[in-house]
Design a protein around this ligand. Structure first.
Ligand code: GAL
Length: 957
């Protein structure tokens, strides 16, 4: 018989959510009831175990003068006490639910506060915690108030009777691990602490308790119906609508509806005997209509992202400015939806979604993914003992957030397998709120849910689902489909999202998706730049899988976000053929085009020669119209000519200023004449050199040494790129992971055998075979140099030898220029990087950047920074014209150094600027969690030929 030690810490391993707290209710700010923020500096003591210290610290009079201090909200592990741990799905402790390790970092927090003099002496008070990870016990003035679990959910305690005017002692003991940790196995850092606000709320007699705003919209009649149910009866006024009714009373009036595109909110007030509470009412009706999610009678298309709460210094403790920055960045990048992966966010974020307009899938704080390691045995969601905790979590989310018009779906959680507990949650939610739909991705047959949702399905499967050919039970076949996660934005990528978007726009059943994910969870670190899993000595971790966002940790948009913005633009501008016309399609679900101003411009060789406004009718959603472009300018200098048509905001909005770009497209008018070099010069051998026109070569090796005054080193064929996270794929992927295969083949250690240096006639020909040790695969590479006396042309012919079953990472040449080369000017795609399946946002034009600016700072260094469709580039006194267009990159380290680096701070500039002039690049895909690149983006090893023309110029050095 085993004897279990009973201690006062038993609540930590209790599957019940806790004790002593109040029932959940709506989160609101009162107009007139006092409140006191208890955020700020708190005294802090860290213990290694839950019971290392007794609870004497909670007693008034305890002297914590020798303790450290931490900021609340905050995580102690980000404030110098202990360290964060990153795991994707593995529990960082033995799986033996609900037991947790004895080593259970426990933070005692202490705060002494006075009530403001104006604090009313009557009424009660409530102490609210908006988020504490993972389990807390709370004392006020020595009285034990209770305990709670459920990290990202609010908990309130009634404390009125305990308050004194001065010297109130609030003591909170926070345990990193608890039974609740088994329910919080989201892919993110484990970050204990009081990480959201702590607030004392005065509760006046006759004050508001809980209320539910029901505000629907009848799109046929153009009317909204309002009913506010309130625990404490009172009156509801909405002055702009002339509404003045009792709580519980229905009223119908003409209104402007709320949508994510037109987020009309009406200010109202709920008045009870003792309190006034402001309401922000958005009228909208969410429904399933003919197998589609409709809002106000119209199907919607989610152009979404998954958002974890993240700040590179403060972790999940977000300040209001950061939350606003997120919403503004989303709106400015054409994003219209957010899934709050994988827990309810700080409530202020939802206020911003209401105000600025985003569809929200509000997800419950629930994930038990680690049980997959034991074939889901003992999964809490299928064990009745845990059901009260699950229902508590569902209720705390729904009750807190039920008054937000932006929330259109409730999500039961993420990756928690299946089980009765989830069914119970879905039933409870359906019963409590009939005005929204229920989502849960792992409910593969849609037993409990109202949408068929999947993550990372490949294009082909999504297409099958779109066509309704995916089978499955009848209930599922009748439901709309979303990809709650796709486009894994880890490192360079995601690739292929334009191809997904085409499917989303083609098939009615598919109602869009949510890119994984919004922001890299890198932790700012002096030595490493941004730290990721393993950088804190974790015994188990998942490396940089935590950096897979569209924003870098400091919220700089990555090329992935720029690409996404282009792919999901709400207006499509299409070429209408030869006679200079474009078709404009309004892809909004609700808004007409009156908020946009269109313009046209004409470029000759990338330079704008004429531009003007373009009159476009205020098309309704779904409509399209053909609009004529003006006559092209007569003088086109025989150059390459194109139209660019743009749509931008016509006036300031709440989320971006006038002229903020929303959509664009380019159409060729005339193509580019290729750079011709008529070979007139002949190779001349003198001593150890061969000269040809402006160039000088090593006579023995045939290596290019200089072009004019510009010294060149190391010019040779290059097939290697520092594998991207998406090249490397994820361990569970069954498709070939080319990043691994390339390395296995040795493409990072190619040897260059010199077969011949042949000066003859009007050309210098250098024959080589490029191949890795230990295998028979190789590439025959012939460099043929010619010149017209001033310009130098290189034609590279590549022929694969052996049975190449893998694509090449890249194919082109690399060369080194002196380190003084710094500024690059080019005519081609820009301003940012692009790869074959991430080049929608690459805008053809004239661009300029420093070598440093060309680098994309992926948290884990990897291939980056290529510019697409480059016609010519100038750097370091050298001009390079390509035939055909090429991919250009330049860096102050080699691709091998880039490959070896683990953090950005491992990269130190050398004396050489290395250029890659690529004929081809392999696609990017999103295999770090999803499918690899589509076959059409493969760079197959096939015979290829490509040319560059080099000339010395006065341009930028
Ligand atoms: C999903 C999961 C996310 C995240 C992602 C990979 O399976 O829901 O939380 O882990 O994969 O980054």
């Amino acid at each position: 018989m085993s004897l279990r030690i009973r201690t006062t810490t038993d609540y930590i391993e209790d599957v019940a959510p806790g004790s002593g707290f109040l029932p959940p209710r709506a989160w609101y700010a009162s107009s007139d009831a006092a409140s006191l923020s208890l955020n700020g500096r708190w005294r802090f003591r860290l213990s290694a175990t839950a019971d290392a210290e007794d609870d004497a610290f909670a007693e008034p009079g305890f002297d914590a003068g020798a303790w450290a201090e931490v900021a609340v909200p905050g995580h102690w592990v980000l404030q110098g006490h202990g360290a964060p741990i990153y795991t994707n799905h593995l529990y960082p402790f033995p799986v033996d639910p609900p037991r947790v390790p004895t080593e259970n970092p426990t933070g005692d927090h202490l705060r002494v506060f006075d009530l403001p003099e104006s604090w009313p002496s009557d009424g009660g008070a409530v102490l609210r915690f908006d988020g504490v990870e993972s389990c807390a016990r709370v004392w006020l003035n020595g009285t034990d108030l209770g305990t709670f679990q459920g990290s990202r959910l609010p908990h309130e305690f009634a404390v009125g009777q305990l308050l004194q005017p001065t010297g109130n002692v609030l003591a909170v003991r926070v345990h990193q691990w608890s039974a609740g940790s088994y329910l919080e196995d989201q892919d993110q850092w484990w970050l204990p602490g009081i990480f959201r606000d702590v607030t004392l709320l005065h509760r006046p007699a006759g004050g508001v308790l809980d209320f539910f705003v029901h505000a629907s919209y009848d799109h046929v009649r153009g009317e909204g119906t309002l009913k506010v149910d309130s625990d404490v009866p009172g009156r509801v006024t909405v002055p702009a609508l002339g509404i003045e009714v009792a709580t519980g009373e229905l009223v119908t009036v003409p209104v402007e509806p709320w949508t994510a595109e037109t987020p009309t909110l009406y200010d109202g007030v709920l008045t009870t005997e003792g309190e006034r509470v402001p309401l922000r009412i958005g009228f909208r009706t969410v429904a399933l209509t003919d197998g589609r999610i409709t809002v106000n009678g119209r199907p919607i298309l989610f152009k979404g992202v998954n958002r974890h709460e993240w700040h590179p210094e403060n972790g999940r403790a977000l300040d209001p400015e950061t939350m606003r920055a997120d919403v503004l960045l989303m709106k400015r990048h054409n994003i219209n939806a957010v899934r709050t992966s994988h827990y309810p966010p700080h409530p202020a974020f939802l206020d911003l979604c209401d105000e600025l307009g985003l569809w929200v899938i509000d997800e419950c704080d629930l994930e038990t993914h680690g049980f997959i390691e034991q074939a889901w045995r003992d999964n809490p969601v299928d064990d009745d003992r845990w059901t009260p905790a699950l229902l508590d979590r569902a209720a705390r989310m729904v009750e807190r957030d039920k008054n937000h018009p932006s929330v259109v779906l409730w999500s039961l959680g993420n990756e928690a397998g299946t089980g009765r507990g989830l069914t119970a949650m879905a039933e409870w939610i359906h019963g409590r709120d009939t005005s929204r739909l229920v989502h849960y991705e792992r409910d593969i047959n849609c037993r409990d849910t109202d949408v068929y949702s999947r993550m990372y399905a490949c294009h082909e499967e999504v297409e099958r689902i779109g066509r309704g050919l995916d089978g499955g039970p009848l209930r599922r076949r009748r439901l709309p489909f979303i990809l709650c996660e796709y486009g894994h934005a880890m490192g360079n990528g995601p690739g292929g999202i334009a191809d997904y978007q085409r499917l989303f726009e083609t098939y009615d059943r598919i109602q869009g998706g949510f890119v994984w994910e919004w922001i890299d969870h890198g932790i700012r670190d002096e030595r490493l730049g941004f730290a990721y899993g393993g950088d804190f000595g974790e015994e188990l971790h998942d490396g940089n899988f935590v950096c897979d966002g569209l924003l870098f940790p400091d919220r700089t948009p990555s090329p992935g976000l720029v690409e996404y913005k282009k792919v999901i633009e709400p207006v499509r501008i299409e070429d209408e053929g030869a006679d200079g016309a474009v078709r404009i399609r309004n892809l909004y679900d609700f808004a007409d085009l009156s908020a946009l101003a269109f313009s046209w411009s004409c470029q000759v060789d990338g330079e704008t020669v004429e531009s003007g406004p373009l009159a476009v009718p205020a098309l309704s959603p779904g409509e399209s119209a053909v609009v004529k472009l003006p006559q092209p300018p007569p003088d086109r200098r025989g150059g390459e000519t194109q139209w660019t048509v743009r749509a931008a905001l016509a006036a300031d909005t709440a989320w971006a200023p006038r002229e903020h770009p929303v959509a664009w497209a380019q159409f060729p008018l005339s193509t580019r004449p290729p750079a011709r070099v008529t070979p007139t010069a002949t190779p001349v051998s003198v001593d150890d050199r061969i000269s040809l026109g402006p160039a000088s070569f090593d006579a023995r090796t045939g290596a290019l040494r200089s072009v004019g005054q510009v010294e060149v080193t190391g010019l040779r064929l290059d097939v290697w790129r520092a594998p991207t996270d998406n090249d490397m794929g994820a361990p569970w992927q069954s498709d070939p992971r080319y990043g691994l295969l390339w390395r296995k083949l040795g493409l990072h250690r190619m040897r260059h055998r010199l077969d011949a240096v042949e000066p003859g006639g009007d050309a210098l020909t250098v024959r080589t075979r490029v191949a890795p040790a230990a295998g028979e695969l190789g590439l025959a590479a012939i460099y043929r140099w010619t010149s017209d006396g001033t310009r130098l042309k290189l034609r590279v012919s590549v022929a694969p030898e052996g049975d190449w079953t893998v694509p090449l990472p890249r194919l082109g040449i690399r060369l080194g220029l002196p380190g003084t080369a710094d500024r690059v000017r080019w005519f081609g795609g820009g301003p940012g990087e692009a790869y074959p399946d991430t080049k929608s946002a690459s805008l053809l034009g004239r661009w300029s950047a420093t070598v440093e600016d060309l680098q994309t700072p992926y948290v884990r260094p990897q291939e980056n920074g290529a510019r697409a469709d480059v016609r010519w580039a100038e750097i370091g006194g050298l001009r390079i014209d390509g035939d055909p267009e090429f991919w250009f990159s330049a860096r102050r380290w080699t691709n091998e150094q880039l490959d070896a680096a683990r953090h950005l701070t491992d990269l130190t500039p050398g004396d050489t600027v290395w250029l890659n002039l690529d004929h081809g690049q392999h696609g990017i895909g999103s295999q770090s969690c999803g499918p690899g690149p589509l076959p059409r983006y493969f760079l197959r090893a096939e015979p290829r030929e490509f040319s560059f023309v080099f000339s010395a110029v006065d341009g930028p050095k």
